[in-house]
Design a protein around this ligand. Structure first.
Ligand SMILES: [Zn+2]
Length: 293
């Protein structure tokens, strides 16, 4: 598979690429196996191991250049016939099933494919310009929204879902003492937000991110009881106008990146896109990659 994904390429190369991709599908179908659960994720909020700050502003280079990293704008997936962000990529990882009544935990997707996933949390700051920046960069993201931040204006995020972003579950109250809550209280937080998002955005979330990141077995059980398919944390952040890495000093294939709807959204997104392009990664929707859209 080519390291770079390009929107435009010579027809001969395109045909060759399609042939290669088709062959890869056949091979993959023969050897596909379900990767082991990644349930060994952190039980506490991830710590920061490295930080880089991008000097880039909101203006993003690469527009109009055929050699630039392409957008992740939705395209029809020849494997499924559906429009998604994979652009023909066949994932090499399958989401583990619920075991012992607990959803699996993901902090990173174990893949060597050159993909990265952006997640946007909370929903406290609401600006149409943030959606415009995502669109300009061709990025679709998973939005982990909490009821307490959006209940005053849930319609605001309809334009995000209309544009192909998906709303996921970040609890009702965003209680940072979440793991001190009992099982029933955690379940009420998770099921309540799942119901709310389904009611307002027409799709029931499938991923839960606990406020602040920490979780317990009770959290994983409550998430499963509410119909969630995974608990999604992170190992990299776009934060305070720079990038924070728990491992290494740059984005890796399969990284799940945490970012927030904050006043510094433009600078955070610029830091993310700079890191993403430096690492040669394509931004795809986690829900597309895990077939949970
Ligand atoms: Zn949050």
């Amino acid at each position: 598979m080519p390291r770079h994904f390009r929107r435009s390429r010579p027809a001969g190369r395109l045909i060759g690429f399609i042939s290669l991709a088709f062959a890869a599908v056949l091979v993959t179908a023969g050897i596909w196996w379900v990767a082991a659960s990644t349930g060994a994720g952190p039980a506490a909020s991830p710590a920061t191991a490295a930080r880089t700050t991008a000097a880039a502003g909101p203006e993003d280079p690469g527009q109009g250049s055929t050699s630039s990293m392409p957008s992740s704008a939705a395209a029809t997936n020849p494997a499924t016939g559906r429009v998604d962000t994979l652009d023909g990529l066949v994932p090499d990882y399958v989401l583990p099933p619920i075991e012992d009544g607990m959803v699996p935990v993901l902090t990173k997707i174990p893949t060597e494919q050159n993909v990265v996933f952006l997640t946007l949390d909370d929903g406290a700051v609401k600006r149409e310009s943030d959606l415009a920046l995502l669109e300009k960069n061709g990025i679709h993201a998973s939005l982990f929204l909490a009821n307490t931040f959006i209940a005053g204006d849930p319609q605001f995020f309809e334009q995000f879902t209309d544009a192909g972003n998906l709303v996921e579950n970040h609890s009702m109250s965003h209680n940072l003492g979440f793991i001190q809550l009992g099982y029933e209280a955690q379940k009420a937080e998770i099921c309540g937000m799942a119901d709310y998002a389904e009611q307002h955005y027409g799709r029931r979330p499938v991923f839960f991110r606990p406020p602040g990141g920490p979780y317990t077995q009770a959290t994983r059980q409550a998430a499963a009881a509410c119909g969630m398919k995974a608990l999604v944390d992170w190992e990299a952040k776009a934060n305070a106008k720079g990038m924070d890495y728990q491992v290494g000093a740059g984005l890796r294939p399969g990284d799940i990146v945490l970012m927030h709807f904050r006043p510094e959204f433009a600078e955070d997104l610029a830091a993310f896109t700079a890191a993403q392009k430096a690492a040669g990664l394509k931004v795809v929707l986690l829900e597309d990659y895990l077939a949970t859209r």
